[in-house]
Design a protein around this ligand. Structure first.
Ligand SMILES: O=C(CO)[C@@H](O)[C@H](O)COP(=O)(O)O
Length: 225
């Protein structure tokens, strides 16, 4: 197994009527992080949840809570997500007028700072904030929904970002269409942190989640360059 990779189940594909149990189940099944998909109906065409729901499920797992804010103008909500118990907060470069300032604000709240870019956004959009971030998230589908197909053109962006990041201690995360069939190529391109929704939560039971997470890890390791 490849010890450097992290698997972060996206709770968007879980059963929201049992959200706490679904988080605890992937924790026991071997998840490294819990990926929280926050959507506002403005930046993306879907709406999910905010800080009160994060606070309500914080006790379900001690794992790293990795909040992905798919929201317009996120600055006003950073403190709320930090207080709710998020360990990392990722904002979209496309959603921030003053991205550098927003990333500094996340770190000032004692959270790990992440920056995400959509499939159509070039990696150069974040070149000058790399010293401000702990995580770069390459969206490999257009954000808003689970269960979409991986966009192959994003692989080249992962490769370029791996080179841009160099020796900096930054995790390179991908999100969207991550499955046993795609994870090997994404790992080879240089990603180390994998968000997966439908590929983890399919089957609906903790045993299935464990098998699904193991399959992702195996496929990522086998294909490592
Ligand atoms: O943020 C998003 C979608 O906007 C993702 O986290 C999806 O939830 C991933 O789902 P799969 O593509 O893995 O099913």
């Amino acid at each position: 197994m490849d010890g450097d990779i992290l698997i972060a189940p996206s709770i968007l594909s879980s059963d929201f009527s049992r959200l706490g149990e679904e988080i605890a189940a992937v924790d026991r099944a071997g998840a490294d992080w819990i990926h929280l998909d926050v959507m506002d109906g403005r930046f993306v065409p879907n709406i999910t949840f905010g800080p009160p729901v994060v606070a309500a499920v914080r006790g379900a797992s001690a794992r790293f809570f990795d909040a992905h804010l798919m929201i317009a103008s996120p600055d006003a909500y950073l403190e709320g997500f930090a207080k709710a118990g998020c360990d990392g907060i990722t904002v979209h470069a496309e959603a921030c007028t003053h991205l550098d300032r927003t990333l500094q604000a996340i770190r000032a709240l004692d959270c790990r700072a992440g920056v995400a870019i959509n499939p159509a956004t070039p990696e150069t959009a974040i070149e000058y904030v790399l010293d401000r971030v702990d995580l770069v998230l390459v969206m490999t589908v257009n954000p808003g929904f689970g269960g979409q197909s991986f966009i192959p053109a994003t692989l080249e962006k992962v490769r370029r970002l791996r080179a841009m990041i160099g020796a900096r201690p930054i995790r390179l995360q991908v999100d969207g269409g991550v499955a046993p069939e795609t994870i090997g190529a994404i790992r080879q391109a240089g990603a180390d942190t994998f968000v997966a929704g439908s590929a983890v939560y399919r089957g609906g039971t903790e045993d299935n989640y464990r098998n699904n997470i193991d399959a992702l890890r195996r496929s990522a390791s086998v294909n490592k360059a």
